[in-house]
Design a binder for this molecule. Structure first.
Ligand code: HEM
Length: 133
């Protein structure tokens, strides 16, 4: 798939960005009791994560690859990586919606906490597998 960007961003840059974003998420979780800091760091990490997927998409056609992979289900590790990445994005949305509800006094902290554990497992697995795909 031809890149839509004027220049090629090296794979190492994506790996470094992925680790940095994951580190920011961990900082945000550590600051979960400081509401404003938590919300700002998590929202910024979400935007950075979505931007990274958008840039990877422009360069490597990640969405097309995901759909193609879903049809062929050949390369095991790539399929697994795509699965945990899509699950992470879905859980981002779940946490964002639930977090905003908590802010407005209507959400459930225990559901947000359960979502946080699931998200961290999938997002950590995404970081771990990204180096090899
Ligand atoms: C995947 C991203 C996120 C993770 C892993 C996460 C994780 C957590 C955790 C572990 C807590 C503590 C729960 C408890 O005390 O039982 C928490 C609290 C909270 N989160 Fe998140 N969160 C995420 C995203 C967000 C977002 C995007 C928002 C808002 C837009 C948000 C808003 C809140 C609020 C308002 C609280 C309560 C803070 C307080 O104790 O006053 N979170 N979060």
């Amino acid at each position: 798939m031809r890149s839509l960007l004027a220049f090629e961003i090296p794979k190492l840059a994506f790996d470094v960005a992925n680790v940095v974003i994951f580190a920011a998420i961990l900082v945000g979780v550590a600051l979960r009791r400081r509401r404003l800091a938590h919300v700002r760091i998590m929202t910024a990490s979400f935007v950075a994560d979505v931007l990274m997927v958008a840039v990877i998409e422009l360069q490597r056609g990640a969405v097309a690859k995901t759909l193609e992979q879903a049809r062929t289900v050949s390369d095991g590790l790539l399929s697994f990586h795509i699965f945990v990445s899509v699950a992470s994005l879905a859980l981002w949305v779940y946490q964002l919606v639930g977090g905003r509800r908590i802010l407005h006094g209507a959400g459930s902290l225990s559901r947000h906490r359960a979502g946080a554990w699931a998200f961290l497992v999938f997002r950590a697995t995404n970081v771990g597998t990204a180096f090899f795909v």
